[in-house]
Design a protein around this ligand. Sequence first.
Ligand code: FAD
Length: 411
Amino acid sequence: MSTDPETPPTFSLELSEDLRDIRGWVHDFAANVIRPGGAEWDEREETPWPILEEASKIGLYSLDFFAQQSLEPTGLGIPVAFEELFWGDAGIALSLVGSTLAAVAVVANGTPEQVAEWLPPMFGEPGDVKLGAFCASEPDAGSDIGAIRTRARYDQATDEWVLNGTKTWVTNGGIANVHVVVAAAEPELGVRGQASFIVPPGVAGLRQGQKFRKHGIRASHTAEVVLDEVRVPGRCLVGGKERLDERIARVREGRRSGEQAAIKTFEASRPAVAAMAVGVARAAFEFARDYALDRVQFGRPIAMNQAVAYMLADMKTSIDAARLLVWRAAWMAHGGKPFDEAEGSMSKLVSGEVAVRVTEQAIQILGGNGYTREYPVERWHRDAKIFTIFEGTSEIQRMIIGRAVTGLDIR
Ligand SMILES: Cc1cc2nc3c(=O)[nH]c(=O)nc-3n(C[C@H](O)[C@H](O)[C@H](O)COP(=O)(O)OP(=O)(O)OC[C@H]3O[C@@H](n4cnc5c(N)ncnc54)[C@H](O)[C@@H]3O)c2cc1C
């Protein structure tokens, strides 16, 4: 270890001034626009288009904003921004960031031309806001993404891919301008025979199926997407046909394929999803703390009781611990460091479970009030539960971490 006082520090958890500015700017929007709409859009169970429009006007809902935060030099741009948005309200915030999952699917595996052509129409522009959707899950392929049945058939005569199948649980499904669909090009190869396909706006054969009525994040639209003989041009295969053919050939020869479309997307997005959970947990902690300082029973604020103060201490400590795991994973991902010990999964697992526990503790601290819709913590508790389910359930994260730390094929 160097003791030279001239040696600049090589490690710091201090956010740069730029990042602090971004955090303040996003926080203001979350506090002034997102949070005041939380209860209304939760009841309406609809995409909050007017809020998307407002965010678009100030450049917050834009490809530029998400791209800039993804490229932020420390890797913390996205986690810091997402924590603030979800601190505002998780349902509305998911509507604001749902398109990024489709964008990441194209960025992770696509060509520069595909990124340039298909990302802008996932966001639109002020006055004409658009959405993107990432369609991987199916009724019989949730955690087991290798079981995807949606079929992609190549029609050489027209240089088109023909997609058939039913996707489910799709955020923005059917209302998005651009859908990115994971399908089996070579079904017998399981996950290694899958590829992602861009379905451009207005293509015949894609329609929304059932829209789900959910427990939480109700301002975010979730629906089935039915694909019936959907024909997309050859250039819509993410990464291109040459790369897919090479990959399939490698797999058939028994060599490693090196890439798996859906799994790669989920790995890249895990710390971002974990940051969302941290935002919800922080909102609940702050609300419960303020309430506990204010609410008087037995002649003194309830926060004066160790039972309550220690609960607040646990809430705050676990949120900070979760955030540190998120920042580590985001920093590693940005620097191209592999998640050898499943660090991305660790961040998602801990943050999701912290969000569920902390929001429940917040209800406890608010007592009867916490159990009503007059106060936001019951909504935040309903919202928090999604973080142990989507983008890989807690059980799946433990399985991935278990495999990484033992080297065994844990099932
Ligand atoms: C609101 C919402 C939005 C979503 N958005 C999208 C989206 O935009 N795009 C998309 O593609 N998907 C999306 N999903 C789907 C989501 O990723 C899946 O719901 C999730 O992967 C779990 O799949 P499943 O629901 O089929 O549960 P299942 O896989 O059936 O799991 C049920 C239970 O069994 C457990 N389990 C399963 N396998 C194992 C195992 N091997 N070991 C231990 N336990 C196991 C699970 O952990 C879980 O507790 C969304 C889901 C929701 C609810």
